[in-house]
Design a protein around this ligand. Structure first.
Ligand code: AMP
Length: 419
C-alpha cells in the first residue's frame, strides 16, 4: 500500500467546502481592495530563492526541496511566493506598464520542516504583494487585508503584532550595539544563536531557547534606534490601523533578519491553535527587487497559512456548515421511472441547481436516508399517483411542508428556486 509522504496530506471531499469557502472569501476581499491574481510556476531556479529569501534563513539553509533536473539545472519547489512574484514583475516589466502593481496568490508551498500539527511539508498560502510604492498606507493595507479575511471567517482569538525595522543604515548602527550587548554573553547563547551572531544577528530575537530569550529581554531594541523617516512611517501605519479599527500591539522583538527588509513587519497570531500559532506574516521589502533583478521596486506583502487558519476555524467552531450539499434530492418512487427522474434532474442541473439522485437502484426508504445524509434542503418525489396526474411532490426537508407541482410548470418552479 503506497501512502502519502510525511508532512503532506490529501484534502478529502468532506472538508473541501472549507477550502472553497476560504478561497472564495480571499478572492472577494482581494477584489474589494483591487488586487489581481498572479500565478507562478511551482518550481524555479534555486538561485531565485537563495538570493530572494537569503542564504542565512532557515528556509534556504535547511528547508528547501532542491533537486537537479535532467539537464543539471538546480531547481527548487517554491517555499514562499514573494521572490517569485518579484521575479515575475521584473521579468514582464509589469512595473513599467503601471507604477503600482497590487497582486495576490493562493498556492501550495514546499518546505522540508519537521511535520507536526499545523506544520506541513506541502502547505498552502494565500497572500498579497504591492509593488511600486513605499507609502505606509500600503503597509497598513496588508495588515487590514489579512485581518479582514480572518475576521470574515469568524475567527476571534487573534493578536496582531507590528514592528518597524527601519532602513539598513540605522540597522547597521543598531547591530553594532546589539553585538556589544551580547559580547560578554556569547558563551551562554545556544549554538544556533552563536552562529547567528555573524550571519543574522537580529534573528537571535526569534530563538526558542529559554536562555537566549532571557538574554534578549534586556537587549537594546531596534525600534529605539530608528531614523526619523522610518519613525514617521511607522506612526502613519499605526494611525491607519487605528482608523480601520484593527487592534494591534507593537512588538519591538518581531524581526526579520535580512537587509532588504525595511520598515514595517507584522504577524497575526491565533490563540486557538497551540504551538504553531502564527497564521500570517508579512512586511516591507523595498530592497528585494534590486537583489533579485536589475532595478529598485519598493514592495510590501504578507503570506497566510491556509492549513493553520482552517485549524483555528475548527478550534473556534467557524466554517462548520457545509454549504456545498446538493439543493434537492430526487426520490424515484417507481423503479420504471429511471429515465424520467434522470431527465427532471437534468432540468434542475442545467438551470444551475445542484441535484442528486439515485444511481444504485435503492429502495424509496434508502433514497430518503440518502437525502437526509446529504442534508439537502428539498426532496422531490417522482412517481405514484401524482406522477400519473403529471405532478411531482416537493418536500422541504426542514419544515416537512409539501408542495404539489405540475411537471409542465417545473421550469417556473426552478426559476422561483433560483430567485
Ligand atoms: P512565512 O512565509 O514563513 O512568513 O509563513 C507565513 C505563514 O505561512 C505562517 O504564518 C504559517 O501560517 C504558514 N506556514 C509557514 N510554514 C508552514 C508550514 N511548514 N506548514 C504550514 N503552514 C506554514
Amino acid at each position: 500500500m503506497i501512502k502519502t509522504i510525511a508532512g503532506t496530506k490529501d484534502t478529502l471531499p468532506i472538508e473541501i467546502y472549507k477550502w472553497h469557502y476560504l478561497e472564495n472569501l480571499v478572492r472577494s476581499v482581494m477584489k474589494e481592495f483591487n488586487y489581481k491574481e498572479i500565478r507562478t510556476p511551482i518550481f524555479e531556479e534555486t538561485a531565485l530563492f537563495s538570493r530572494g529569501i537569503g542564504e542565512s534563513t532557515d528556509i534556504v539553509s535547511k528547508e528547501m526541496y532542491t533537486f537537479m533536473d535532467r539537464s543539471e539545472t538546480s531547481l527548487t519547489l517554491k517555499p514562499e511566493m514573494t521572490a517569485s512574484v518579484v521575479r515575475s514583475v521584473l521579468e514582464h516589466s509589469l512595473d513599467k506598464q503601471q507604477q503600482l502593481n497590487k497582486l495576490y496568490y493562493i498556492s501550495p508551498m514546499f518546505r522540508q520542516e519537521r511535520p507536526q500539527a499545523g506544520r506541513y511539508r506541502q502547505f498552502h498560502q494565500f497572500g498579497a504583494e504591492a509593488l511600486g510604492a513605499s507609502e505606509p498606507s500600503l503597509d497598513a493595507e496588508m495588515i487590514i487585508l489579512a485581518y479582514d479575511v480572518l475576521k470574515k471567517l469568524g475567527l476571534k482569538s487573534l493578536d496582531i503584532k507590528i514592528n518597524s525595522l527601519g532602513i539598513p543604515e540605522s540597522r547597521e548602527y543598531y547591530k553594532t550595539l546589539l553585538k556589544k550587548y551580547l559580547s560578554d554573553k556569547t558563551v551562554h547563547l545556544s549554538d544556533e544563536s552563536k552562529k547567528r551572531l555573524d550571519t543574522n544577528i537580529l534573528r537571535i530575537f526569534d530563538s526558542k531557547d529559554e536562555t537566549d530569550q532571557k538574554i534578549m529581554e534586556d537587549a537594546p531594541l531596534l525600534l529605539e534606534h530608528l531614523d526619523n523617516d522610518s519613525l514617521e512611517k511607522f506612526e502613519r501605519v499605526k494611525e491607519l490601523l487605528l482608523l480601520a479599527q484593527v487592534p494591534f500591539e507593537v512588538d519591538p522583538r518581531l524581526v526579520r533578519g535580512l537587509d532588504y527588509y525595511t520598515n514595517t513587519t507584522f504577524e497575526i497570531i491565533s490563540n486557538s491553535v497551540g504551538s504553531q500559532s502564527a497564521l500570517c506574516g508579512g512586511g516591507r521589502y523595498d530592497l528585494l527587487a534590486n537583489h533579485i533583478g536589475d532595478r529598485n521596486i519598493p514592495g510590501v506583502g504578507f503570506a497566510a497559512g491556509i492549513e493553520r487558519i482552517l485549524l483555528a476555524c475548527e478550534n473556534e467552531n467557524c466554517l462548520s456548515i457545509n454549504d456545498e450539499n446538493p439543493y434537492v434530492y430526487l426520490i424515484r418512487l417507481n423503479k420504471e421511472l429511471v429515465k424520467e427522474t434522470y431527465n427532471i434532474g437534468l432540468k434542475f442541473r442545467r438551470a444551475g441547481i445542484s441535484v442528486e439522485l439515485d444511481y444504485l437502484n435503492r429502495s424509496v426508504k434508502a433514497q430518503m436516508r440518502e437525502a437526509n445524509r446529504l442534508n439537502t434542503r428539498k426532496a422531490l418525489f417522482v412517481g405514484g399517483d401524482e406522477y400519473e396526474n403529471g405532478e411531482v411532490v416537493l418536500k422541504d426537508m426542514d419544515t416537512g411542508d409539501q408542495e404539489i407541482i405540475k411537471i409542465s410548470q417545473l421550469d417556473g418552479i426552478i426559476k422561483k428556486i433560483k430567485g
